[in-house]
Design a protein around this ligand. Structure first.
Ligand code: SAH
Ligand code: SF4
Length: 340
């Protein structure tokens, strides 16, 4: 049976029309699901019994479960069990501006970045939109607070699961869904060019982050094999098109890896590459993992790198660290549990 959380409002309207009902029932049902947070269709009081029975025979309300939580002051890490026994994870972070959640979009990932724990497990399957929505619902109910920001930066490559991810955005953004503003939603991609171009026409003001991690093809090819398919110059070209269409500032993520991409030459080269583009660079201290050989850049090298980017008049920040104690980096909780 289908998970009711998979459905966008349009899909739900179509469903009601297909069973001979008025489409406004979709809004009614959304209110029960996302505002009143019902656990069973029986709790609905303003839709007649025969329709409730039809809903019960076609849909389930939710199908993922929290199996483990690691708690810290500013961050909680959640491990979820899916119906088919796969595991995924989400990370909740408390900021001064609100509460953000980092959600997974796939079980595993096929992009194979060398530094990434998630990529060690090849993609098993895409997550459904409902499984993404539920990561938020389950965490909200655990913390008894509203989540204000979403980043799609957990396990998986969101642009390798484009339809489900964009439907997920429609559901969480809908005023009768979770009503999370599109400007509070960020999608992060390793740089799948055709999807970046498609996303430029997606009519929601969602933020785009690009996992760049290198200033040139030579370095990027070594750590991100996807660069051989979509090299840097083509990626930048697609981002200029994206910017022209959306006028939205682009975020570049840059993991600082010792002796790989963290010297002065790399900083100058990165500045040149990004010159003239309305963007923002997020320098990320690498979270070392037991399974991979990469090392985090030294603090003073991160600072020097930052200073060069700044001097070149590019917006830049060093990411505050969350959850290194509880191995909150992408894919680490699951891999501990599975002992892979
Ligand atoms: N697949 C998408 C989104 C998920 S990865 C992407 O690559 O953008 C989210 C971010 O976490 C990426 O920028 C990725 O490079 C980064 N990341 C992966 N492993 C990490 C680690 N061990 N430490 C710090 N950042 C990591
Ligand atoms: Fe996949 Fe992103 Fe990890 Fe690369 S960094 S392997 S794209 S999850």
């Amino acid at each position: 049976m289908r998970n009711i959380y998979d459905l966008t409002i349009e899909e739900l309207e179509q469903y009601f029309l297909s069973i001979g009902e008025k489409k406004f029932k979709a809004i009614q049902l959304y209110t029960w699901l996302y505002d009143k947070k019902i656990k069973s269709f029986e709790e609905i009081t303003d839709i007649k019994k025969t329709i409730i029975e039809k809903l019960e025979s076609s849909f389930v309300i939710g199908d993922i479960d929290i199996v483990k939580v690691e708690r810290d002051i500013e961050v909680n890490k959640y491990l979820f069990l899916l119906q088919d026994k796969n595991l995924i994870e989400s990370v909740l972070m408390r900021h001064d501006y609100g509460t953000s959640i980092c959600i997974s979009s796939q079980v595993g990932c096929n992009i194979g970045c060398k530094f990434c724990e998630s990529g060690r497990l090849k993609k098993v399957r895409n997550l459904t939109s409902g499984e993404m929505v539920e990561q938020i619902l389950k965490v909200e109910s655990d913390i008894k607070e509203r989540i204000t920001h979403i980043v799609i930066m957990g396990i998986g490559e969101p642009f390798d699961n484009y339809t489900n991810v964009t439907n997920f955005i429609k559901i969480v953004n809908h005023p009768k869904g979770l009503s999370i503003g599109s400007r509070h939603i960020t999608v992060s991609t390793s740089g799948i060019i055709p999807k970046i171009l498609e996303f430029a026409d997606f009519p929601y003001q969602v933020n785009l982050a690009i996992s760049l991690h290198a200033p040139n093809n030579e370095i990027r090819n070594k750590i991100m094999p996807i660069n051989k398919v979509y090299p840097i110059e083509k990626l930048m070209e697609s981002l200029r098109v994206y910017y022209q269409k959306t006028k939205r500032r682009i975020t570049f993520e840059y993991i600082m890896l010792e002796k790989v991409n963290d010297d002065k030459t790399a900083a100058e080269e990165l500045s040149k590459l990004l010159k003239g583009l309305n963007c923002y660079v997020n320098l990320i201290p690498y979270n070392e993992t037991n399974n991979l050989e990469y090392k985090r850049s030294k603090k003073e090298n991160i600072q020097k790198f930052y200073d060069i980017i700044k001097k070149n008049n590019i917006n830049v920040t060093i990411r505050r660290e969350f959850g290194t104690n509880i191995s909150a980096a992408c894919g680490q909780l699951r891999s501990k549990r599975e002992d892979i």
